[in-house]
Design a protein around this ligand. Sequence first.
Ligand code: NAI
Length: 297
Amino acid sequence: MAELRFDGRVAVVTGAGGGLGREHALLLAARGAQVVVNDAGGAVDGSGASEGPARTTAEEILALGGAAVPDTNSVATPEGGAAIVDTALAAFGRVDVVVNNAGILRDKTFQNMTPEQLEPVLDVHLRGAFNVTRAAWLHMREQRYGRVLLTASNAGILGNFGQSNYGAAKMGLVGLARVLAQEGARYGIQVNALAPIARTRMTEELLGPAGAKLDPRLVAPVAAFLVHEDCPVSGEIYSTGGGRVARFFIGLTPGYFNPDLSAEDVRDHFEQIRAEAGYTVPGGVADEIAGLVEQLQ
Ligand code: NAI
């Protein structure tokens, strides 16, 4: 089988100064992509800024014979998103791939979660992906080709104590991926979500000794395939860590049907409503409604 290549493709990777983003950037560049290495260079909580991380990854790529340019704009504003895509256009003349990976943490239990913890987390993860992807979208539509990856998290998909801000932002990205997959379909734009598990500065405390087997390098191959021309899916969510790749999906149980439904019926059939056997995986709203209408007839 032929190697997966990105020759002639231009990729923007946000938050690529370290951790997972650096691995994504290195792998895409090794496979021939011209890469915009974006990173604002702050701390895990998003405070501060530095040009160092973006420059270091870009220099690493150049030293390995690849093509890269650093970019230190923040994804957190529409102007920042536009500037990042402008960097790609100025340096390489196009943009084919956006890997939205930049991220910060401001964990608190919900009663202590103030707007100061919520807003920056929404700005970087949810609005950040919106800002960068939207700036690239216009170009992808025109060229009728694009690949977008959104970095979700099991913290949102499954829930994780103390991460109401982050979990909400990450599950918001799943909704964004699913809608953009539908809107992008007719323009050759595919959008998927990745839920990674890896040892980085963001997770080293959380993972503890288990982190030793969770090398961030093992996440990049999944990201690379999902933004490759050959990727066959859009609007899907993949979980990966330590070399295991799997798919998360949103299933719908067959449920319970009663044209005279009462609150007591719901109580009395709750087991049946919840029962997972025979679930379906609707591809979109139209799919779910078609199934419902069929049941009603
Ligand atoms: P990391 O902290 O090493 O990397 C995040 C990078 O994003 C940093 O280099 C940071 O400077 C950059 N960044 C932060 N705010 C930015 C902004 N406004 N503009 C541009 N760059 C900015 O952490 P890690 O683990 O590599 O995280 C990468 C992504 O993966 C994040 O979205 C994170 O939420 C997500 N993730 C990671 C998991 C893990 O197990 N490591 C689990 C689930 C999700």
